[in-house]
Design a protein around this ligand. Structure first.
Ligand code: JD8
Length: 230
């Protein structure tokens, strides 16, 4: 799989060199390209934004510069279909099943905007292009300053699903959001006593049927109200 992030702050993606994702790149399980949008801007100031039509606060990112950048990425891509993900607070909320779908993509291109966002015609233009599957995606109902952090979140959620990235694929089957929909159960390790707090006896029993039942009984159901922390 190939992943490209287009942004005016490519440094935001340096953490991708760390840990399992760093190893996945070295093991050629995923190729990650960082593209600086300013490389496609003109003039001394390399400006990528302008005032919003219809007035209002802030600046909007210009469509022509985004078009040149995305066209360049497409020209150098071997993918038949390119998943163009435009991050936006008003985008479709990301869920685990989306990450599972993206894990089968040939090439994901993350359009990471800043300022008030990217001119809406960019998405409209590439939705008309059969080579692109365009999705506007949000990672949650809170406002960020740009798309970079959101792209990082989605990259981690997707790349860890690529076979061979996680040391023990078993954990994928076991983990929350598994196909049964159950979420995590509480986990414990040594010391068995800690500040007067003990480990549930059943987990020390070796009785795996009992342990599985305890874990199911102590797993959250995704939609359970108390996950809202209220
Ligand atoms: C892309 C520009 C900042 C947003 C004016 C603050 C995602 N879950 C999410 N929350 N926020 C974003 C997000 C924010 C972005 C951009 C994604 C591009 N901004 C803007 C509108 C209000 N500023 C996001 N995914």
């Amino acid at each position: 799989m190939k992943i490209t992030a287009i942004s005016i702050f490519p440094e935001y993606f340096q953490p991708l060199g760390l840990s399992l994702i760093g190893k996945a790149q070295r093991d050629k399980l995923v190729e990650i390209d960082l593209v600086n949008l300013r490389d496609f801007a003109e003039g001394v100031h390399k400006s990528v934004d302008d005032t919003p039509y219809g007035g209002g606060a802030g600046m909007v990112m210009r469509p022509d510069i985004w078009g040149d950048a995305i066209d360049h990425v497409a020209r150098t891509s071997e993918a038949t279909v390119i998943d163009l993900v435009i991050l936006s607070p008003s985008g479709k909320r990301l869920h685990q099943e989306d990450a599972k779908r993206f894990a089968h993509s040939e090439h994901i291109v993350f359009a990471c905007g800043r300022y008030e966002g990217i001119d809406a015609r960019v998405g409209e233009h590439y939705r008309k292009d059969a080579r692109f599957r365009v999705q506007s995606i949000s990672i949650g109902d809170y406002v960020l300053n740009g798309g970079e952090v959101a792209a990082l979140v989605i990259m981690e959620a997707v790349i860890r699903l690529i076979p061979g990235v996680l040391g023990n694929p078993e954990s994928l089957a076991e983990e929350s959001h598994n196909d049964e929909g159950y979420l995590e159960y509480p986990v414990f390790t040594k010391p068995v006593q800690w500040r007067g707090e003990s480990v549930p006896e059943v987990l020390l029993s070796g009785n795996h049927a009992e342990i599985d039942r305890w874990r199911r009984e102590n797993s959250q159901i995704p939609s359970s109200p108390d996950r809202s922390g209220e």
